[in-house]
Design a protein around this ligand. Structure first.
Ligand code: KIV
Ligand code: ZN
Length: 511
């Protein structure tokens, strides 16, 4: 009988540790809801002990997201486990995941301990977690570099203590597929009580082998894969969710018929959501979700695909949620046509939001004459802020620029605030610098700009420019986005978006 592979998504925990990818609570919740639509089996929502903000974010996800199990990470430390449980206890399907390094290098280098103590502390921690929560997962971190006999011993002891999922991490992405597959087989042969637990794997991509190692693990009996959207995560990232799911789906017979319950048509939408929320673009050649993953440029390939799609495509792009664009909207298109097209792209517009979206659409259609899907997505990315407009401290109102190649630039910027429109002017080294200085004068919140990038979302001279900025606030990087056919306006909007998020998170921290 075909066996199911559980998909454990750790985008909100391991990927969120990526430098510059930190998310606020609203952003984590939005991604968690999409992960539920994707139908993953487990969402690792965060590490509650790591910060009060993460505790609150995990709690909100546990309270509001139905469907998948909601998992919280903890070290083998009592207060970590207590916090993890407090954060998830209201979920209908809670899971505690507790971990400790078990390789010599981790036991001595980080824990300054010894094998006996780590074994005893692990079983106590699992026992305590099990006294709170019915489902407990244990990870011997750096398992791929752990001495095998000790690994078998600690796995057996933690199953005895109540763990029903044993996760085998290749924490530093060191394993080679044949060797990692053998390790899983040996665990099955040498751990007496292994039939009482599901074997999971958590592979990092330092040698580019995370997906290959996960595949070998499945072939040798692993039945849960830990992975992230777009393969994000510490350093080179984790096993990519879209790659492992589509490998299983596309080569099902090769795997002896295993399957996942993932709703593949949500793969591209969630990839885009995670990329824009974390401010990390997807490489064009990234398998499954990259812009070129289904693009054919050579004449022979184009001819082949037109005659028969599967000559050069092993996956139908519609399977992963890529829609072919048939309708091109113009200034004559009405609200219904716009609503219909947006719903195909995965955006359900609330009636009160429609006026603003339609006005922006018309303004763009007047300039461009033809509005394509990528334009609409840029409008929506700009429109759907994680901070509701009513709660945003500042909104862009107007801008004037005086600039040239041999004069310093001057920007006059007007922002809407609770007290009406406030206008300030500043000079700077280029129009973006002058704009940001003028905004700083209005907000009086000088932030360090750590990253600025701009990309065109469509082709042509009238394309929409989308700007992403990262600003530093108390050691955290906050991402802001803005889009417009005017790149200075897009730059201003991205900076204001980041400022609003900083203010929002400061208010929440203070409340
Ligand atoms: O990479 C790792 O080992 C981890 C553990 C916490 C599972 O992320
Ligand atoms: Zn990891």
């Amino acid at each position: 009988m075909a066996e199911k592979i559980l998909i454990f998504d750790t985008t909100l925990r391991d990927a969120e540790q990526t430098p510059g990818a930190a998310l606020n609570g609203a952003e984590k919740l939005a991604i968690a809801k999409h992960l539920a639509n994707l139908n993953v089996d487990v969402i690792e929502a965060g590490f509650p002990r790591s910060s009060p903000a993460d505790f609150e974010a995990v709690k909100q996800i546990a309270n509001e997201v139905e469907g998948p199990e909601i998992c919280a990470l903890s070290r083998i430390v009592e207060k970590d486990i207590t916090d993890a449980w407090e954060a998830i206890k209201d979920s209908t399907r809670p899971r505690i995941h507790t971990f400790v390094g078990t390789s010599e290098i981790h036991i001595q280098g980080i824990m300054r301990s010894n094998r006996e103590t780590i074994l005893q502390r692990s079983t106590e921690a699992v026992g305590y977690a099990r006294s709170l929560c019915a489902t407990v997962e244990f990870s011997p971190m750096d398992a791929a570099r752990t001495e095998p006999d000790y690994l078998f011993q600690i796995v057996e002891a933690t199953i005895e203590a109540g763990a029903s999922i044993i996760n085998i991490p290749d924490t530093v992405g060191y394993a080679i597929p044949s060797e990692f597959g053998r390790l899983i087989a040996e665990i099955r042969q040498n751990v007496q009580n292994i039939d009482r637990a599901i074997i999971s794997v958590h592979c990092h991509n330092d040698l580019g082998l995370a997906v290959a190692n996960s595949i070998e693990a499945i072939k040798n009996g692993a039945r849960q894969i830990e992975c992230t959207v777009n393969g994000l995560g510490e350093r080179a990232g984790n096993t990519s969710l879209e790659e492992i799911v589509m490998a299983i789906r596309t080569r099902r017979n090769h795997f002896g018929g295993v399957y996942t319950d993932v709703n593949a048509s949500e793969i591209v939408p969630i990839s885009r959501l995670v990329s824009r929320t974390m401010g990390i673009p997807v490489a064009p050649n990234k398998a499954i979700v990259g812009a070129n993953a289904f693009a054919h440029s050579s004449g022979i390939h184009q001819d082949g695909v037109i005659k028969q799609r599967d000559t050069f495509e092993i996956i139908n792009p519609k399977e992963v949620g890529l829609q072919e664009s048939q309708i091109i909207l113009s200034p004559r298109s009405g609200r219904n046509a716009l609503r219909h097209r947006l719903s195909i792209l995965g955006y359900e517009i609330e009636p009160e939001q429609m006026d603003s979206v339609y006005d922006r659409f018309l303004a763009l259609a007047d300039k461009k004459k033809e509005v394509h899907d990528a334009d609409l997505e840029a409008i929506m990315r700009d429109e759907i802020r994680t901070i509701p407009v009513s709660e945003a401290a500042y909104r862009f109102d107007h801008i004037q620029i005086f600039s040239g190649n041999n004069i310093s630039s001057t920007a006059t910027v007007g922002l809407q605030t609770a007290d009406g429109i406030v206008t300030e002017a500043a000079t700077g080294d280029g129009p973006v610098n002058a704009t940001y200085r003028a905004i700083d004068r209005v907000t009086d919140l000088p932030l360090k700009l750590s990253d600025y990038s701009i990309r065109s979302v469509t082709e042509g001279k009238d394309a929409i420019g989308e700007v992403t900025v990262k600003v530093e606030d108390k050691g955290r990087l906050i991402v802001g986005h803005g889009a417009s056919t005017d790149i200075i306006e897009a730059s201003a909007k991205a900076y204001i978006n980041a400022i609003n998020k900083v203010i929002h998170s400061q208010e929440n921290a203070g409340s």
